[in-house]
Design a protein around this ligand. Structure first.
Ligand SMILES: [Zn+2]
Ligand SMILES: [Zn+2]
Ligand SMILES: [Zn+2]
Length: 149
């Protein structure tokens, strides 16, 4: 029989040992309750490793060309996609994919989509129902209108 109110026994939420000294788990560990010192050390290590692992993975994703998936270990191999290209903001491209994209974009911007002639200052947008991407020169635009009329 206990005459005194039994002191609440705290157990380590990881190994179930009765705690003399309790250690708080960190919120980011997503555990409930307290830990013994050895579990606390264990969990701290585990969490640091997990964080490093995630960082490593993230770094790895940033080391791959978004287009051809080639590895880009060198900082100088990485080319950020231009915002005009309509790619994901964080896209990293290898040199050749970057140049290809730049060329494609340049072409779309400066050349007639049908005859490949360089567009002058005035350019013509194809009508949506024509289903033509990019822009057209005057001649091709007139021709399209004639054909499709
Ligand atoms: Zn423990
Ligand atoms: Zn590439
Ligand atoms: Zn044209």
């Amino acid at each position: 029989m206990h005459l005194f109110r039994k002191k609440e026994i705290l157990r380590c939420c990881n190994c179930d040992i009765v705690l003399n000294h309790k250690y708080k788990s960190k919120p980011e560990w997503e555990m409930q309750g307290f830990l013994c010192s050895s579990c606390h050390i264990e969990k701290t290590k585990e969490f640091i490793l997990r964080q490093q692992d995630q960082k490593e993975k993230l770094k790895h994703a940033r080391n791959i060309c978004t287009v051809c998936k080639k590895e880009l270990p060198l900082e100088s191999d990485k080319n950020k996609a231009r915002w005009q290209w309509n790619m994901e903001h964080s896209s990293i491209l290898c040199k050749s994919c970057f140049e290809k994209k730049a060329q494609e974009y340049e072409k779309k911007l400066n050349y007639c989509n049908l005859c490949n002639n360089r567009l002058g200052f005035i350019r013509y947008n194809p009508k949506p129902k024509w289903n033509i991407e990019g822009q057209l020169c005057r001649r091709c635009w007139d021709k399209q209108r004639e054909i499709r009329h």
